[in-house]
Design a protein around this ligand. Structure first.
Ligand code: BTN
Length: 334
């Protein structure tokens, strides 16, 4: 991203038109250099209105991330984490950043990394995670768990519950659901994704990076970058999402989840998972590299493994796989 883009966006972010020469003067650039920057904004996913005589205007105003505003939504015990927030305009991936940080200083404790955009955002199963500039939440938390990695297997499921709880605290009443292992869905469209990575052991504590991508404003024009049905908070709530508020509530809820998980692992979350599980009691199919099997979803076990009851009533346990819901004889892939 060009170094002048954050400043250009700050200038444009006031609901007014700005002429090319005015912007050029403030940025110390020629009008044609300003025009080139405007073209780059479109590549970042920011819609710009252009009018002869008037100049340029951002179609939808942006709410930039602000640590002070985010911290207002932390409950008192979590205020201490305020100075652990790092915000980037752009970086390859917030997860990769924290993995590197923990590698370089294995004693590093908690850190929260946020970005307005990522150039190499990573999803599960080697997929990419796309997000336009300053529109959604791209968050990673570094946490040290004194637990064995096999006990951390269910962590991403607990995190998925935290995402829904933070949306509830924000005021979203709609039926947001979970699809194993950790997709957050609304009406079968993906709202958020979670990528947990364990990055090395130091004195029996494991550096764990929890990455969350939560869609707040994801225009449908980005469908070609995403490759699966998706939705955003703007669509669900029918209002402009308050980005700093949602980020603050999400971090606060995530910190609570970390504390509960440290003490009780996945056990305290299993009942809540069952309530939110889109496939619980439903006809589903799970595909693994070895097999494809259909049956009734029966929730998760204490390790977060998926349970499926086949037509003979036998219970199968899955450590990995892609679950799809069957409705009216159609398989719905999310
Ligand atoms: C998924 O595929 O469902 C998981 C997506 C996780 C994306 C988030 S965005 C913040 C963090 N940084 C990354 O590179 N990935 C995660």
């Amino acid at each position: 991203m060009h170094k002048n883009i954050p400043q250009l966006l700050t200038l444009l972010n006031d609901e007014n038109f700005h002429s090319g020469s005015d912007l050029g003067e403030k940025l110390n650039l020629t009008r044609s250099a300003v025009w080139k920057l405007i073209k780059q904004l479109e590549k970042l996913g920011i819609e710009v209105e252009v009018k002869t005589k008037l100049g340029y205007k951002i179609t939808h105003n942006l709410e930039f991330l602000d640590a002070r505003k985010i911290g207002q939504y932390f409950t008192v015990p979590h205020k201490q984490y305020l100075d652990k927030i790092i915000i980037f305009d752009e970086l390859p991936s917030t997860n990769s950043y924290l993995i590197e940080l923990a590698k370089n200083d294995p004693n590093y404790k908690e850190c929260i990394c946020l970005a307005e955009s990522q150039t190499a955002g990573r999803g599960r199963l080697g997929r990419q995670w796309f997000s336009p500039y300053a529109k959604n939440i791209l968050l990673s938390l570094l946490w040290r768990f004194s637990k064995e990695p096999n006990e951390l297997g269910g962590l991403s499921l607990a995190v998925a519950i935290a995402v829904i709880e933070s949306l509830e605290r924000y005021g979203i009443k709609q039926d947001i659901k979970l699809k194993w292992p950790n997709d957050v869905l609304w009406q079968q469209h993906k709202l958020a994704g979670i990528l947990v990575e364990i990055s090395g052991e130091n004195r029996h504590a494991y550096n764990t990076v929890i990455g969350i991508g939560l869609n707040l404003n994801m225009p449908k024009t980005h469908s070609q970058n995403i490759g699966q049905p998706f939705c955003d908070v703007a669509e669900i709530s029918n209002a402009t999402p308050e980005r700093n508020k949602l980020t603050g509530l999400l971090i606060d809820q995530l910190l609570t989840t970390m504390e509960v998980f440290q003490k009780g692992s996945l056990q305290p979350f299993i009942e809540k998972w069952r309530e939110l599980d889109v496939s619980y009691g439903q006809q589903v199919t799970i595909i693994t590299p070895q097999e494809k099997i259909s049956g009734i979803g029966r929730g998760i076990d204490g390790k977060g493994h998926f349970l499926l009851e086949d037509k003979l009533g036998k219970l199968h346990t899955f450590v990995a796989g892609e679950v799809s819901l069957e409705k009216n004889d159609m398989i719905m892939d999310f």
